[in-house]
Design a protein around this ligand. Structure first.
Ligand code: ADP
Length: 481
């Protein structure tokens, strides 16, 4: 097998591979070479409506299966993904640009949601509640929400789908998926594996094409019970507005602006390790990537010096080349955003300690960068950079640092390094974020609830809480004569 065996250039609707009604296509580009990898159909409202109808038609039989039956099929899907890990990882790296090791890692991470939720399906327990009257009994059951519309981003083309698909299928829901146009092949490869795993026609549908048309058809359809979205806060807000018309359930995993705090009592070397992984994974293009560093006076100089040394040694290259640690950014616009934040900081007096320019390879390659002397009012402290730019701000007082960390409308991930136990509790409780990494820069796992507070989103993905987002509670009140 090779990655080309998983490169599907058609959409998957109602168990059939199909083209757009108009025959129109979109090109998909390898951001590392600028060359076209292939095309996908440019679909719109009509094809989306057909996909929704297929998902609706497939729902009764899929939700009627026992959780154990669905779990067996999900287990099969998990095994197929792991068997194909190398090829799927390569396909992902080619369309997204991330280093191959990260691409393969994402497949394992993505597959873990399928495995986890298949197992978890069997534990979607309800509740019995002592009745409020002697002639009444109360039981609470959980049922699938129904047809789910999923809209997913390009930064994790596999895992951002599977952590929606896993719980949706486990719960007994059916799905229409609209992947990002930059990275549709990983989504279509998942559809191919769903077919191979024996998931019935209509249960999973993948539609590529016009984001606006497909999105508004999903949000506008009364047949779609839920929208699950990962992407920017701006588009999330729009989808929430559109979904209000038919009062859909919504899960929104939106933008972040993660702070990373290093206190005087921290293990600085460990903090550097955490900083590297939380800032530079996927070239800084994850919603939980550190966006701003706050480092206390006593360790500031040591931290910036060590961070700059590590970053200077990073290897920028094509995702599939041996030893590459930082691949290209997704496109030119992404590079321009990094440049804008860098210029704003340097104009305001910040100092470049590593990188600071585009890479000699051209295209959308940018050198990983460290800048010191950043001020809290600079752009990179308030807007998500989504690139390999680490800006370090100095602080003196713990309460001031926490206040600066919280001074944002976002509240997804946050990180801090400290060893004093009381401080660890104080800061962990005070940070306004859905997730806090304490003495670690890597927090993503299928077993824990991932999600944000404030304008970073609604709902949680992963863990048993993630299954609840795809289920409705139904309360049964029984009279006993
Ligand atoms: P990012 O590009 O930072 O991942 P976006 O919010 O722009 O964030 O994109 C995330 C997903 O939302 C992609 O699949 C994109 O195609 C989709 N999208 C963009 N605009 C719309 C829209 N108007 N309606 C529905 N989906 C959209």
């Amino acid at each position: 097998m090779a990655y080309t065996d998983f490169l599907k250039q058609q959409c998957y609707i109602d168990g059939k591979w199909c083209d757009a009604d108009s025959g129109a296509t979109l090109d998909v580009t390898d951001p590392g070479t600028g060359k076209t990898l292939g095309t996908v159909p440019k679909m719109g409202a009509d094809e989306t409506l057909r996909a929704i109808d297929a998902a609706e038609a497939a729902l009764p039989a899929w939700r009627a299966k026992t959780a154990g039956e669905r779990a067996k099929i999900l287990r099969k899907l998990y095994e197929l993904m792991i068997e194909a890990q190398d090829d799927l990882g390569e396909l992902l790296s080619r369309e997204q640009g991330k280093p191959l090791a990260e691409g393969k890692g994402e497949i394992a991470y993505g597959a873990s949601f399928i495995e986890w939720f298949g197992e978890e399906a069997k534990r979607a327990y309800g509740d019995t509640i002592p009745g409020h009257a002697s002639d009444r009994r109360i039981v609470v059951i959980k049922q699938p929400v129904g047809v789910v519309g999923a809209i997913t981003p390009w930064n994790f083309p596999n895992a951002m789908i599977t952590r929606k698909l896993g719980p949706a299928l486990a719960a007994g829901c059916t799905m229409v998926i609209k992947p990002a146009s930059a990275t549709p092949y990983s989504a279509l490869a998942i559809a191919a594996l769903c077919e191979k795993a024996g998931i019935p026609a209509g249960v999973v549908n993948v539609v590529t094409g016009s984001a606006g048309q497909i999105g508004s058809t999903l949000t506008g359809s009364p047949k779609v019970a839920k929208i699950t979205f990962t992407g920017s806060t701006e588009i999330g807000r729009q989808l929430l507005k559109e979904s209000a018309e038919t009062v859909k359930k919504c899960s929104m995993e939106l933008g972040g602006n993660a702070p990373f705090l290093v206190f005087d009592d921290a293990d600085v070397d460990a903090a550097i390790e955490g900083a590297m992984i939380s800032k530079f994974r996927n070239g800084g293009q994850t919603c939980v990537c550190t966006n701003r560093f706050y480092v206390q006076d006593g360790v500031y100089d040591e931290f910036v010096e060590k961070l700059a040394a590590r970053v200077k040694a990073m290897k920028v290259g094509y995702g599939l080349d041996e030893g590459t640690e930082v691949g290209p950014l997704i496109d030119e616009k992404a590079v321009e955003k990094v440049e804008e934040h860098l210029k704003d900081a340097v104009d305001g007096g910040a100092t470049v300690l590593a990188g600071g320019s585009r890479n000699e390879r051209g295209g959308s390659f940018f050198n990983p960068t460290v800048i010191a002397g950043v001020k809290p009012d600079m752009k990179l402290a308030s807007e998500e950079t989504f690139g390999p730019l680490a800006g370090v701000i100095r602080f003196t007082d713990e309460a001031d640092a926490v206040a600066m960390a919280n001074d944002t409308e976002f509240g997804l991930a946050s990180y801090f390094y400290a060893r004093d136990l009381s401080r660890v509790w104080r800061v962990a409780e005070a940070l306004e974020a859905g997730m806090v990494g304490i003495n670690t820069g890597l927090i993503s796992t299928e077993v824990a609830p991932f999600g944000g507070v404030k304008q970073s989103g609604l709902g949680r993905e992963g863990s048993h809480y993630g299954l609840d987002d795809y289920m409705e509670l139904k309360y049964l009140c029984m009279g006993v004569q």
